[in-house]
Design a protein around this ligand. Structure first.
Ligand code: ATP
Ligand code: MG
Length: 484
């Protein structure tokens, strides 16, 4: 079929919302500071960049969210391509940048910190970089630490975050007062969905006050549940480490009679009542990668224990066939069952997130009871919860490279005057994405997507989709905006 009518991008941008081309643009400092002077990008004279064929990314370059073009389909949503711009809106010697990390740990945070510092310093000659300690509250309750390439030189080899982290304590007014008082003009914020919501508040307040400050977010979630972007940093490392836990469980259960291994992995919960999303990506990918798993349970796919097509029936059969079995369960799976048996406590963390009930011991007890009481068959149960081990390790090679790209993209964006934005790869090209786009919805495993089908085909486990659950599954899938 013939290609849709491709106009030059410049023309397309001007009429971006009119037809099948949509540009989801990010704010620029000149939107609310129109008279801001610009300067030539120092990369013009950089030894490394001057040999690049096209050193600078054109303002008109965009990245398409729809990579598969179907006949007659609209061209859909596009984002600005990330990368160095010909002009910058900060004189390097006048930049005072700060970096803050909030929320839970994830492999790669230190690499992102390191590469923001080295990127600002090596590429743009920025020397004044501050670390805000212990999350948002550090803006107003702690002294800052000076970050130099020397200080951050080795930190990518360590897990955790050099700057430490916290939950709660976001006070927009106090934070922005502090940014202004300290003369900070670039704010780099590394953290999950809550953190990015906080970053959006800071950007709005900065804009309201007309401050010459670029606010940039680097989305972090070990669960890989950030909408729009291909993958979140630390996810590959997490999958690799999760595989080691699965391997340990497999070795254990293979070595004993009737060994049953359960590995609980990260993956938030699904609260169908409140239509909250869930993400079993780590469990799904670790299962696909390992091949030692008999059954993978994720929050998106409601499972049941008894009756035809249920978990017990499948486990009975597998144990009879192989003499051992391994189950992977994401922490958010089966929450409704645990809630029905454990008195409701409804606890929340300091940021107001609901705390999950522990499904791992619950499932272990259920399966032990099933085999010993109902089947009169003693089993050797091995339960492994590697959550904190996974969160705490340093990032692997692939994630280290990925974190470097993210950090460079965000530095180029802030220097170019973009603000209120996050970065990430969209169809493997790095793009600048409005913060709201990554906080409004989360990515979940699509039960009707190909990757979940691949998993079912690989483990041969039941799909748990009985006729009475089909509506629920479709309901959950309708929440998705991205599938994998
Ligand atoms: P993760 O869930 O991956 O551990 P997160 O960033 O979602 O990371 P949270 O503890 O929810 O972790 O939030 C981190 C920080 O963001 C906290 O300091 C919290 O106060 C702040 N925050 C969360 N939600 C909001 C919001 N809606 N507005 C402003 N700040 C917020
Ligand atoms: Mg969160």
């Amino acid at each position: 079929f013939s290609r849709p009518n491709h106009r030059p991008i410049a023309a397309a941008l001007q009429q971006s919302q009119n037809d099948d081309f949509v540009l989801e643009d990010v704010p620029h400092l000149t939107n609310f500071l129109p008279n801001l002077p610009s300067y030539p990008n120092p990369l013009h004279s950089s030894q490394a960049y001057s040999i690049v064929k096209n050193t600078f990314v054109s303002q008109e370059d965009v990245v398409a969210q729809n990579i598969v073009i179907r006949k007659d389909n609209p061209r859909g949503v596009h984002f600005r391509r990330a990368g160095p711009r010909e002009k910058v809106y900060f004189k390097p010697e006048e930049v005072r940048a700060c970096i803050v990390t909030c929320g839970g740990l994830c492999p790669g945070i230190n690499t992102v910190i390191r590469e923001i510092v080295c990127g600002l310093n090596n590429m743009y000659g920025v020397e004044d970089i501050l670390g805000i300690e212990e999350g948002y509250r550090g803006f107003y309750s702690k002294n800052t630490v000076r970050l130099t390439p020397k200080v951050v030189n080795d930190i990518h080899k360590r897990g955790g975050t050099l700057l430490r982290t916290s939950r709660g304590g976001h006070d927009t007014q106090k934070i922005v007062d502090n940014i202004a008082d300290r003369g900070i003009n670039q704010v780099y914020i590394i953290g999950g969905d809550g953190t990015q919501r906080g970053a959006a508040r800071i950007y709005e307040e900065v804009e309201k006050r007309g401050l010459h400050v670029a606010v940039a977010g680097i989305p972090k979630t070990i669960d890989n549940d950030i909408a729009v972007i291909d993958k979140s940093f630390g996810f590959d490392t997490a999958v690799e480490e999760a595989q080691r836990a699965i391997n340990a469980a497999h070795v254990e259960v293979e070595s004993v009679e009737n060994g049953v291994g359960i590995v609980k992995l990260m993956g938030r919960y699904s609260d169908r009542l409140y239509k909250l999303p869930s993400a079993g990506f780590i469990a799904m990918f670790a299962t696909l990668a390992s091949r030692d798993v008999d059954c993978c349970l994720i929050p998106e796919s409601p499972f049941y224990l008894e009756g035809r097509g249920g978990l017990y029936e499948f486990l009975d059969q597998r144990l009879k066939e192989n003499g051992h079995l391994v189950i992977v369960i994401a922490e958010g799976a089966g929450q409704e069952y645990v809630a029905a048996e454990v008195p409701a406590v409804n606890q929340k963390d300091a940021s107001g997130n609901k705390l999950l009930l522990d499904v791992g011991p619950w499932l272990s007890d259920k399966i032990k009871d099933h085999f010993t009481k109902a089947q009169k068959m003693p089993i050797n149960m091995k339960y492994i919860d590697p959550t904190y081990m996974i969160r705490a390790i340093p990032s692997n090679a692939a994630d280290n490279i990925y974190c470097t790209l993210l950090a460079h993209s965000v530095v180029h964006g802030a220097m170019a005057g973009y603000t209120g934005f996050t970065v990430g790869p969209v169809n493997s090209r790095h793009a600048y994405i409005p913060i709201s786009r990554v906080t409004e919805k989360q990515k979940t495993v699509e039960l009707t997507g190909r990757m979940w089908a691949r998993l079912l085909a690989s483990t041969n486990q039941p799909s748990f989709i009985s006729s009475d659950l089909e509506g629920v599954v479709q309901g959950i899938d309708s929440l998705n905006i991205t599938s994998i």
